[in-house]
Design a protein around this ligand. Structure first.
Ligand code: URA
Length: 436
C-alpha cells in the first residue's frame, strides 16, 4: 500500500484543468520526483501542463522553495569586513547570450569595493557560451572548488568564479534534463524557478539579473523577457534577496568576440581600461547595480577599470584557482575570413547566427560530455552602426579543425545586412530595469 500523501495523476489533472496547486501538493511533487516516486513521463506531462497553463506567484514561489530544499544552502555570513561586520555579497546571473563575457571583468570589479562575489557559473550548451568554458582556456585554471576552498578564496581575493557543486538544488538538475528533451524549457515559471532556486540556495545577499532579449537569447521578444524578469525579481524579493533585473539587447553579439580564449582576451582588455564600448558599458552598469544592492552607492566602477584595481583582483582570482594570468592564451590553428559584400553601413549582425557559427567551429558543445576547443570562435571586425567598404574583413572564423568552416559559414548566411544609408547609431544596449 502506498504511503504517499498525493497521487501524481491528480496533480497533473489539476494543472491540466487550470487549477492551482496547494503548497503541500507542490512540496510533495518536487520531493517525490527527486525520490523517483513520480515517473519521468508524469513529470513531463506536468511540465507541459505548466508550460501551457502557467502558475501563479504563490505557486512559483513554493515550487522554487521546494527545489532549494532538495539540496544544501550556502552561507557566507562568516565572511567579515576589516571592521568585523558581515561582508556584503552580490552576484549576477545572465540568461545567456552570444559574446557574453561580462562575468569575467565584473566579478573582480565588484570585489574591488569590498563586496564578496561568489559567482557560481555553468558551461555552455548549444549556441550560448559558458563562463567556465571561457576561463578554462587560461592555462592551469580549475573550475571545481570545494565549499571550503571557495570560502577561503572569497576571504582572500573577494571574488570567485567556479562550478556550482552538485549539492545546490539537485531537483533542478533532474528537472532541467527532463525539460531539455520534452520541449518544456521555455515555460516562464519553470525557467524562473530553475534559475532562482540555484541563486537563492547560493546564499547571495544581492542579485542582479541580466535578462537577454533578441535572436541570440532564450527570450526572443521584450514582453516575454519582461515577464521572466518580473517573475524572477518577485522570487528573489520574496526570499529576502535584494534583486533587480536589466533587460539587455541580444539581437547582436556583445563585444567583438564569441568563443573561449578570444573572449578571455577581450575581458582582459576591459580590465586594462580598454575593450569594446558595449562590454564596458554593461560591465559598469551591472557593477553599479550589484554595489547598490550591497548598500554601496558612491563607488566609481569605471575608475576601477581604468586604474588597474580590477585587474589586480583578476590576477589574484585566476592565480588562486591555479591559472597563470600572464600565460599566452591558446590560438586556433586555422582561420577563414568573411568579407563585406557592399559599401554602406552595417545595419545588422545577427547574434544567433554568430553564436551558432562559433559553436560549430568548436567553441561550444552539442552534448554535455563534448570537449570544447579553447581557440575556436568568431572575431567580429565591424558592429552594427559601423561604416564598411566592400571587400573589407567583417569576421574571422577560428578553429583547430578546418572541416568545420563550411557549416559555420552556412550559419552566417544572411547574418549581416549592409544598407546604403542605415542608422549609424547602432542598437540600444540596456532596454529596461525591473525592480519591485
Ligand atoms: N537556465 C537555467 O538555469 N534554467 C533554465 O530553466 C533556463 C536557463
Amino acid at each position: 500500500m502506498s504511503t504517499e500523501n498525493f497521487d501524481a495523476v491528480d496533480i497533473i489533472r489539476i494543472k491540466r484543468d487550470r487549477g492551482t496547486l496547494t503548497p503541500e501538493q507542490i512540496d510533495w511533487t518536487i520531493d517525490a520526483y527527486t525520490r523517483g516516486v513520480i515517473a519521468e513521463e508524469q513529470m513531463a506531462a506536468l511540465n507541459m501542463a505548466i508550460l501551457l497553463n502557467g502558475m501563479d506567484r504563490a505557486e512559483i514561489s513554493r515550487w522554487t522553495t521546494a527545489m532549494i530544499d532538495s539540496g544544501e544552502r550556502m552561507d557566507f555570513s562568516s565572511l567579515r569586513t576589516p571592521g568585523g561586520a558581515v561582508k556584503p555579497t552580490a552576484d549576477k546571473h545572465s540568461t545567456g547570450g552570444v559574446g557574453d563575457k561580462i562575468t569575467l571583468p565584473l566579478a573582480p570589479l565588484v570585489a574591488v569595493f569590498g563586496v564578496a562575489v561568489p559567482q557560481l557559473s555553468g558551461r555552455g550548451l548549444g549556441h550560448t557560451g559558458g563562463t567556465l568554458d571561457k576561463l578554462e582556456a587560461i592555462p592551469g585554471w580549475q573550475a571545481s572548488l570545494s565549499n571550503a576552498a571557495m570560502m577561503e578564496q572569497l576571504a582572500d581575493c573577494g571574488a570567485v568564479i567556479c562550478a556550482a557543486g552538485s549539492g545546490l538544488a539537485p531537483a533542478d538538475k533532474k528537472l532541467y534534463a527532463l525539460r531539455d528533451v520534452t520541449g518544456t524549457v521555455e515555460a516562464i515559471p519553470l525557467i524562473a524557478s530553475s534559475i532562482m532556486s540555484k541563486k537563492i540556495a547560493e546564499g547571495t545577499g544581492a542579485l542582479v539579473l541580466d535578462v537577454k532579449v533578441g535572436s541570440g537569447a532564450f527570450m526572443k521578444n521584450e514582453d516575454d523577457a519582461r515577464e521572466l524578469a518580473r517573475t524572477m525579481v518577485g522570487l528573489g524579493t520574496d526570499a529576502g534577496v535584494k534583486t533587480v533585473a536589466l533587460l539587455t539587447n541580444m539581437q547582436t553579439p556583445l563585444g567583438r568576440t564569441a568563443g573561449n580564449a578570444i573572449e578571455v582576451e577581450e575581458s582582459v582588455e576591459v580590465l586594462a581600461g580598454g575593450g569594446p564600448a558595449d562590454v564596458v558599458e554593461l560591465t559598469v552598469k551591472l557593477a553599479e547595480e550589484m554595489l547598490a544592492g550591497a548598500g554601496i552607492h558612491d563607488a566609481d566602477p569605471a575608475a576601477a577599470l581604468a586604474d588597474g584595481r580590477a585587474m589586480d583582483v583578476w590576477n589574484r582570482m585566476i592565480s588562486a584557482q591555479g591559472g597563470d594570468p600572464a600565460a599566452p592564451l591558446p590560438v586556433a590553428r586555422e582561420s577563414e575570413t568573411v568579407y563585406a559584400q557592399a559599401d554602406g553601413v552595417l545595419a545588422e549582425l545577427d547574434a544567433l547566427s554568430v553564436g551558432v557559427a562559433a559553436w560549430r567551429l568548436g567553441a561550444g558543445r552539442a552534448r554535455r560530455e563534448d570537449q570544447v576547443q579553447a581557440g575556436a570562435g568568431v572575431r567580429m571586425h565591424a558592429k552594427p552602426g559601423d561604416v564598411v567598404r566592400r571587400g573589407q574583413p567583417l569576421m574571422t572564423l577560428l578553429t583547430d579543425t578546418p572541416d568545420r568552416f563550411a557549416r559555420a559559414l552556412e550559419a552566417l548566411d544572411g547574418a549581416t545586412t549592409i544598407t546604403a544609408e542605415g542608422s549609424r547609431s547602432g542598437q540600444r544596449l540596456i532596454l529596461d530595469r525591473i525592480a519591485e
